[in-house]
Design a protein around this ligand. Structure first.
Ligand SMILES: Nc1ncnc2c1ncn2[C@@H]1O[C@H](COP(=O)(O)OP(=O)(O)OP(=O)(O)O)[C@@H](O)[C@H]1O
Length: 254
């Protein structure tokens, strides 16, 4: 059974067609990167998959069930780190356990030893165990994003979505965050979908790629199929000379 099945998904915002009859299936454990220029529909697609946005037509099936609202087994990491600056990295990670159960029971679970261990394990997985006590607001953008990933992991998702998780980071931090994301996804055997602006990072870390343009799928394939011609078609103005010269870390295209 596919982990995610998107069936004839269309999303309109007034006259704007953000997604236009999009269909694909993602197998369990696949690490997929969604590519496309700004406005191509990447965020809308991810938001429909985790139930934050309701489709106009079509549906998303997760683990055999149609998505009708937000699901706790689908975790999302956002571009803006969405963590609480005044709390420690550890407390932020631990708060991921709140989404797992109803509010009151989850509050009572807040002190569960198991949850605490899990928060520490998740911080370890993103390389921040030594910084567990540090206040999130005092951490770098990349570290804060890793805290966000740790919190998502504590949620115990089956599916991990990340909407441009490294868009606001410098190239080095972006690389590090992607390394931890891929590593955690592999370790936890998560089905993962990430939207990215950076083609170089996509090629480096992606397994499967879905390319969107004007809300339609224009590419769906694996590493070997993602040729420069495909990238050029997706992004048009990308500076391929710079890309091929190895100065890839700044190849942000949208
Ligand atoms: N809540 C909304 N209300 C109105 N229009 C929207 C809304 N959300 C998205 N859109 C429009 O839908 C289209 C797709 O937007 P979306 O954010 O999904 O693209 P994207 O590829 O994620 O872009 P970016 O990379 O800039 O985040 C755009 O034209 C956008 O303006």
């Amino acid at each position: 059974m596919s982990a995610i099945r998107v069936e004839n998904l269309t999303k309109r915002f007034g006259d704007t067609v953000a997604l236009d009859d999009v269909s694909f299936e993602i197998s369990e454990g696949e690490f997929t990167i969604v590519l496309g220029i700004s406005g191509s529909g990447k965020s809308t697609l991810l938001r429909c998959i985790n139930g934050l946005t309701a489709p106009t037509e079509g549906q998303v099936i997760v683990d055999g069930d149609p998505v009708t609202s937000h699901r706790n087994d689908v975790a999302m990491v956002f571009q803006q780190h969405n963590i609480i600056g005044g709390m420690s990295a550890y407390s932020n990670a631990l708060s991921g356990s709140l989404g797992r159960t109803d509010f009151l029971p989850s509050l009572l679970r807040f002190n569960d030893r198991e949850d605490k261990l899990q928060a520490l394990e998740a911080l370890d997985m993103v390389g921040l165990l030594d910084e567990a006590e540090q206040r999130a607001s005092q951490m770098s953008g990349g570290q804060q994003q890793r805290v966000g990933i740790a919190r998502a992991l504590v949620q115990e998702p089956q599916i991990l979505l990340a909407d441009e998780p490294v868009a606001s980071l410098d190239p080095g931090s972006a690389q590090t965050v992607m390394q931890y994301l891929r590593g955690a996804a592999e370790q936890e055997d998560l089905t993962t979908m990430i939207s990215l602006h950076q083609v170089n990072l996509a090629r480096q870390f992606g397994e499967r790629f879905i390319g969107l343009a004007d809300g339609e799928i224009v590419f769906d394939g694996y590493q070997d199929d993602l040729t420069f011609d495909v990238i050029d078609e997706l992004y048009g103005g990308i500076d391929m000379e710079e890309y091929l010269s190895g100065n890839e870390s700044d190849t942000t295209v949208a």
